[in-house]
Structures are given as C-alpha cells and as structure tokens.
Design a protein around this ligand. Structure first.
Ligand code: ADP
Ligand code: ZN
Ligand code: MG
Length: 475
C-alpha cells in the first residue's frame, strides 16, 4: 500500500494599481516594455519602495488562510541569473514571510471537509516575460516587478482530485476577496504541484515537482500521471529522482525539465534597500474588520437561511457578485428559490447571449425582484417575464413600463375574464357537456379559445378555474 503526498505552490497576481516596488502600472496586455522604469528594469543606484496596497491584499489572504503573522517580515534577495530578471535577483521573503502555519478547509463533497495546512504566505515580485519566435527571443519587462503572492501548502493533499478541488476552492476564495482575478490562462494564478509516494507509515517519499499547469484540470491530470509513474518506478525496485518536470497537455505526460536546485543555491540574504516590515496593530485590526464572509461560510449560511441546495447553491455562491445580487433581490421581496432559478437560468442565458456580465448589465436586484413578483402574482406570464428580462438587461428601463409598452399584462381580473369564458362555453355546448361527463382533457380546447380571445393574455390559472366553475354551474 502506497501513501500519496501532494503539496502545492500557488502564485497569485495581486490586483494593484502599481507594481510592488515602483510606481509603474500593474497592467496586463499593454504594448511590450511600456510599463517599465529604472527600478523594475534593474538600473544601478535605484531604490525600491514598498506598495501598501500589495501589503494590504497580502495580509487579507494571510488572515483568510488563518495564518500566524510574523511580527517582523523580512524581504530577501533570491539570487539567480536569467534574462527575464534584470536585477539578477528577485525580491522575495524567505525566513520571515508575512504569514505562516495557516490552514484552508477544502470541501471534498457534501460538506466533507479536509483541513490542508498552509506552510506560509509570502510576497515577491514577478519576473518579465520571454517570447520566443523563430530563432530570436524577445523580452517584455511589463510584468517585471508586479506583485506576486505565493501560498505554499504542506504535503497534506492525497490525490489529483483533492488537489483540483483545493485549487478551485482556493481560487474562488481569493476572487471573493478581490485580491486577484485568478485567471489561470493569463497566468494570474499559477500552480506548481509537488508529489511523492511512499509505503504507508514511512512518511514522505522523494518528490518531483510539476510545472506548466495552467488549469486546475491539468493539475489533477498531471498529478495522476506522476502518481502512476512513481508507483511503476518504485515497484520495479528503482528510485525516484528528485527533479522538476513539465506537463505536456498534448501528449498527456510529464517529462523531465531539470534536476531541482536546492534552495541555498539562491544565496538568499536580507534585502538591504528595504527595511523589515512590522505591521502595526491598528493596520491589522483594520484588515481583520474588513474581511468578508468567505465562500464556505456563505454557502453554509445561504443553505440554512434560504433553503438553497444542489446546483442552485453552487451557482449562486460561485462568485461573490452573484451571491450579493441574489441576497439583494431577495431582500427586495422576491422569493429565494425563484430568484435562484432565475439567476441560474434565464438571467445567465442573457449573460451568455450578450457576453455582458451581470454587473455590467442594466439589470438590478430591484428590477429582477419586481419581475419575479409580477409573475408570482399572476400579473404577467413566465414567458412574458422572459421578454421583459431581455429588455431590462440591455436597456435602462423600468420593468413595469416595459410590461405596459409591450402589452404583456395578463388578464387576471375575474369580472373581465368571466364574460369571455362564459361566451366561449356558450358557443361550445358539446365540449362543455363532454367535460361535465368527465372528459377533463377537453378543458385544454376551451383554454385555447380563451387565449385566442384575449391575445394570450389571460392568466391561465384564473381562466381554468373560471371554465370549471361556469361549466359546473350550468349543470
Ligand atoms: P523545495 O525546497 O524543493 O522548494 P519545499 O520544502 O519548499 O521544497 O516544499 C515545496 C512544496 O513541496 C510544498 O508545497 C511542500 O508541501 C511540498 N513537498 C515538500 N516535500 C515533499 C514531499 N516529499 N512529497 C510531496 N510534497 C512535498
Ligand atoms: Zn517600474
Ligand atoms: Mg520551496
């Protein structure tokens, strides 16, 4: 029996106005080498200065991960030579990072939680980007010096699936916090996966590290591949070589990239140009107070408070914006279950059709609530509500006005409908007789006539009741 150990090293790009040690814009997708200055391109004689916004966001993550905070955090130089790092060292944290000894509870399904320990959370700067084309290589330093937060887990994960769930739920949390957009394709969330196996009870085995994993699915697939490979190697009596490997998505295999350099190759030493960082009690108190409800707690509360479950609950809590929109709509009077179905159904359909996000659309919780209540009270049909939705999603219009403009109001007024129904029953005596004798299906025919006479605007429930009552009365 083998035991599996997996530890993740996750990098997230922090959403800040400027870079972490200079005032260049922290922006993705600009023309190459337009967001650069002497600091982030490593000119001699320049001095870094620490970006408070990056620090604040780092501590938010530390607290959300239940970390202990070092009284004094120290920036250090991690020395290495590579063209994407013009200073020839990266400013990072090593011995005294912002946060240590935290944990994150991952939901393995149906509320079955597993606690994964967090080794540490540290702030560093990203490198530039190398672009290879033909037999030339190009350098873009826009990314150099952008704030990167690294989260290192203990090797507590035990399968590719657990690692995938961890990553998905971790990503959801940092997106809730608003500290990163977590876009794995654009590299604003990157993950390296470390794995070893050993005979049960014997502790950690020799690990390999897999890089180039730009989706949580690749993390699972690469780990599953590595676990199989480790088992094969060990079962044949050979040894695993500690090394870094690359995931090749096209071939669904990992292959050796380099044997791992040990950490003292980097000759870490304290950054002389930045003072040790000591967060004040007041600063930390402010961050603690500003912490929002995290996804796991929110899910639990929305389940208990509104009776949401299954796919509805997953959809509503996937993004903080959706959960906020849901709760606001309900607070305006719409019933919870209907609100959840509308948001997951027709509203999402509008988002998909128009390519406009909910926040960017003209739909507000107030308008959605009005719409749902109108349907519930029988003022408009479900189909009419869908038409109104597509208008108020795209244009700044009042749902009530749209209902009037499009003439979608249902006739629920019994007096008005009664006359119409009575006429129709009178002119279809055979059908009425058949219904009296038990041919319930024939009511559908009369309903069709009522709809025709009202241009589809009769409230079906009210009309049906009237048909039955009038026919019985004639008995
Ligand atoms: P390195 O010095 O090679 O970077 P670290 O000790 O810093 O290694 O750990 C990096 C990551 O690898 C962490 O997430 C850690 O949990 C994980 N890890 C370390 N040793 C093992 C092992 N033997 N098996 C599986 N994962 C491991
Ligand atoms: Zn700069
Ligand atoms: Mg390490």
């Amino acid at each position: 029996m083998y035991q599996t150990f997996i530890g993740l090293e996750i990098h997230i790009h922090l959403l800040t106005e400027s870079k972490v040690f200079c005032s260049c814009p922290n922006k993705y997708g600009s023309e190459p080498n337009t967001n650069i200055c002497p600091v982030c391109t490593g000119y001699p004689g320049v001095l870094p200065s620490l970006n408070e916004e990056a620090v604040t966001k780092s501590y938010q993550v530390c607290m959300a991960l239940n970390c202990q905070l070092n009284d004094t955090a120290v920036f250090e130089r991690k020395n290495y030579f590579y063209p994407d790092m013009p200073k020839n060292y990266q400013i990072s944290q090593f011995e005294f990072p912002f946060g240590i000894h935290g944990y994150f509870d991952v939901d393995l399904g149906e509320g079955n939680l597993k606690r994964i320990r967090i080794h540490d959370v540290h702030l560093e700067e990203d490198a530039g980007k190398m672009i290879h084309s033909g037999n030339r290589s190009y350098l873009d330093y826009n990314r150099a010096g952008t704030p990167l937060l690294e989260i290192v887990t203990e090797p507590d994960l035990e399968s590719g699936e657990e690692a995938e769930l961890f990553l998905q739920q971790f990503r959801q949390m940092v997106r809730y916090l608003g500290v990163t957009d977590g876009n794995m394709e654009e590299g604003s969330l990157r993950c390296d996966a470390n794995v070893s196996i050993n005979e049960a009870g014997k502790g950690l085995g020799t690990k390999t590290e897999v890089k180039n994993l730009n989706s949580s699915r690749f993390v699972r697939k690469a780990l599953e591949y590595e676990i199989r490979r480790h088992k094969k190697v060990l079962s044949s009596g050979e040894k695993i070589i500690q090394e870094t490997r690359l995931w090749d998505e096209d071939r669904s295999v990992t292959s050796s990239m380099r044997t791992k350099e040990s950490s003292n190759d980097y000759r870490y030493f304290p950054e002389p140009d930045l003072p040790p960082y000591r967060p004040s009690a007041e600063f930390l108190k402010g961050i603690k107070e500003s912490l929002i409800e995290l996804p796991l707690d929110r899910k639990k509360r929305l389940c208990e408070e509104y009776g949401l479950s299954g796919q509805n609950l997953v959809f509503i809590t996937a993004e903080k914006e959706t959960a906020d929109f849901f709760e606001e709509t309900v607070s305006k009077g719409a019933p919870a279950k209907e609100t959840a179905s509308w948001l997951g159904g027709d509203v999402q359909k509008q988002v998909n059709i128009t390519g406009t996000g909910l926040e960017a659309s003209f739909l507000t919780p107030e308008k959605l609530s009005t719409l749902i209540i109108m349907v519930k009270e029988g003022k408009i049909s479900q189909n009419a509500a869908k038409k109104v939705l597509s208008v108020v999603f795209d244009e700044d219009k009042d749902p009530l006005a749209v209902v009037k403009d499009l003439g979608l109001e249902q006739v629920s007024d019994t007096g008005e409908l009664e006359k119409i129904v009575a006429d129709i029953v009178d002119s279809n005596p055979k059908v009425a007789q058949a219904i009296r004798e038990g041919a319930g299906k024939q009511i559908g025919f009369l309903m069709g006539q009522v709809m025709k006479a009202t241009g589809g605007k009769a409230n079906p429930k009210v009309a049906q009741e009237l048909i039955k009552n009038i026919i019985l009365k004639q008995e």
